[in-house]
Design a protein around this ligand. Structure first.
Ligand code: ZN
Length: 352
């Protein structure tokens, strides 16, 4: 649950940087970044993650000292920043580059932009943020919802035979809004287009009582069951093209494929595809935000929310696994943490 303080609509220029100029002057050093995470995590004051005690003192290094259990606690403990050796200024720069451009950023581009660290550091930071994004969308879609399945290509095989044919099957759901607009979307990798798989997808992402709009696929009536009103329009014999019958899902499917091909050059490991789909939906569902800083704020807010499950998942597989674009570090090579972005301002180095 969000605290009462954060339930009000966040304000650009006060709760989050409204532009790049704000971003630069708000977060000049790692301490300012930690202070912001602290404020996001405990908007109503400190709450100890170990003992739930509310009394404590902030120490000189910005960590808290819990009065009840006498532990020292940082705002990053148990979050996606837990035990990170990468300075927070670098994390914040990554969050900004991930959320400010319309299409986000690839690990390759981020590595080039930052100009230090390794490709793996950039890759791992982006994936940690994606793991937080996976928890951002908890409200199910409702009202009139289009549902369809599509194949995503350019997928490298993962473990357990996933994506073996270079493709993965995904289910897409998109809210219809009047007149002729689209609301939020959900996209999920599914094992097949059978009744059980589609029903699990519906129950996870669409509020029961909603009306689902589908093509004539035989799995949908069973998948809808008695939980959803179901309107099926067989494409064959309707005299219409598929994109006319279900315009929302076709639009979203086209956008997500273009994004994977463009920004990520169509080279996605099957095991990580869902994380990319979550990132796409996170951005798509907030496309109406006027200030880009809003996405930055939501991303960091999710990142300090407690996600014990996802954190364990991430630690189990923190690095890229396959050869190719995801180059693993050779054994025995220790990577140094990238330096902080907090550096003293030189006086016109180009003059000396
Ligand atoms: Zn405590």
């Amino acid at each position: 649950m969000e605290s009462p303080k954060l339930q009000r609509r966040p304000v650009a220029g006060k709760d989050y940087p409204k532009n790049y100029a704000d971003f630069l002057c708000w977060f000049p050093d790692d301490a300012a970044c930690l202070n912001y995470l602290d404020w996001l995590r405990w908007p109503d004051g400190f709450s100890c993650p170990e003992c739930s005690g509310n009394a404590g003192w902030r120490m000189s290094d910005s960590r808290w000292w819990c009065k009840a259990c006498r532990r020292r606690v940082s705002a990053t403990a148990g979050t996606i920043f837990h035990h990170t050796k990468t300075p927070l200024t670098v994390w914040f720069a990554t969050a900004w580059h991930m959320t400010a451009p319309k299409n986000g950023v690839s690990a390759k581009t981020l590595h080039r932009l930052l100009g230090f660290g390794s490709y793996q550091t950039a890759w791992a930071m982006l994936h940690r943020f994606r793991s937080a994004i996976g928890h951002a969308e908890h409200d199910r879609l409702s009202g009139d919802v289009e549902v369809d399945e599509t194949m995503i290509g350019g997928v490298r095989p993962g473990k357990r035979g996933r994506g073996a044919a270079g493709k993965a099957l995904v289910a897409v759901a998109v809210e219809q809004t009047q007149p002729k607009g689209f609301g939020r979307c959900r996209i999920q990798v599914i094992p097949n287009a059978e009744t059980d798989a589609l029903r699990s997808f519906l129950l996870a992402h669409v509020e029961p009582g909603s009306t689902i709009h589908t093509d004539g696929l035989a799995s949908y009536p069973g998948a809808a069951g008695i939980d959803y009103a179901h309107q099926s329009t067989p494409i064959k014999g309707s005299g219409k093209d598929a994109h006319e019958v279900l315009p929302g899902v076709h639009r979203v499917a086209a956008l997500v494929k273009r994004w994977l091909m463009g920004t990520h050059q169509g080279s996605i490991g099957a095991d990580h595809l869902q994380a990319y789909l979550n990132e796409f939906a996170f951005r798509f569902n907030r496309r109406g935000s006027r200030a880009r800083g809003m996405l930055f704020y939501r991303l960091l807010q999710q990142s300090v929310a407690m996600h014990p499950m996802s954190f364990r998942d991430l630690v189990a597989n923190p690095k890229p696994r396959k050869a190719g674009q995801d180059r693993p570090v050779p054994p025995g090579v220790r990577r140094a943490a990238p330096p902080s972005l907090h550096v003293p301002t030189p006086t016109n180095p180009w003059r000396s």
